[in-house]
Design a protein around this ligand. Sequence first.
Ligand SMILES: O=C1O[C@H](COP(=O)(O)O)[C@@H](O)[C@H](O)[C@H]1O
Length: 240
Amino acid sequence: MEIHVSKNTADLSKDLADRIVTLIDATLGKQDRFTFVLSGGSTPKALYALLSESPYSENIPWEKVHFFWGDERAVPFEDERNNAKMCYDQLLNKVNVPAENIHIMRTDVSPEESAAAYEKVLKSYFKDGESTFDFVLLGMGDDGHTLSLFPGTEVVHESEAWTSAFFLQAQDMYRITLTAPVVNAAKYVAFMATGAGKAETLKSVLEGDQNLDKFPSQIIKPVNGELHWFVDEAAAAQLS
Ligand SMILES: O=C1O[C@H](COP(=O)(O)O)[C@@H](O)[C@H](O)[C@H]1O
């Protein structure tokens, strides 16, 4: 595992954007497509906006990049809380990605149907039966959740299904999420965490004892891939 500390969100977004371009170039030197799992929430907005602008927008062969989502809030696409909408607003509407390369988690059907449909999409996309995303971007909530794997929820321990849908009492909302085994099969996983509000949790996740029910982010450990944490100085303040 590698931890990269940048001064602030702007620097961190640039460092990560540079890393993504390098990764895309290296991957497309060996294969003809790059699979990119997007995260929701507020932290990656600056990164997505940056990728949509010059020079990144010109340096990325968008027609070869295929987008997926790590999790979704089961609210209509038009709702500001919808993770896919945020990604379209910040990035996808601004670059030339073919529509067929974009695989959203649907919220116009029941959460259970959406999760089942997404698992089907993934299994037909990865024809060899293994989900080996090239790049997974993850956030970490102040409470230690990642994807929609929230503290104290059963889905944290899911070991078979690739996707799951469940009602999140604390937010009075259904969630649809990839599960840990799918993400842990990825080639490169990058967490992005910024701000003083995440400092204490980041210390517990990275340096504390393992407690998956309290800190679900700890379950992310790629089996054969790389794990990187991109954090700003404020989030890293309590790390030793
Ligand atoms: O609810 C969610 O929260 C996490 C973290 O979001 P942030 O606002 O603290 O950046 C996010 O990674 C996830 O995709 C989202 O559904």
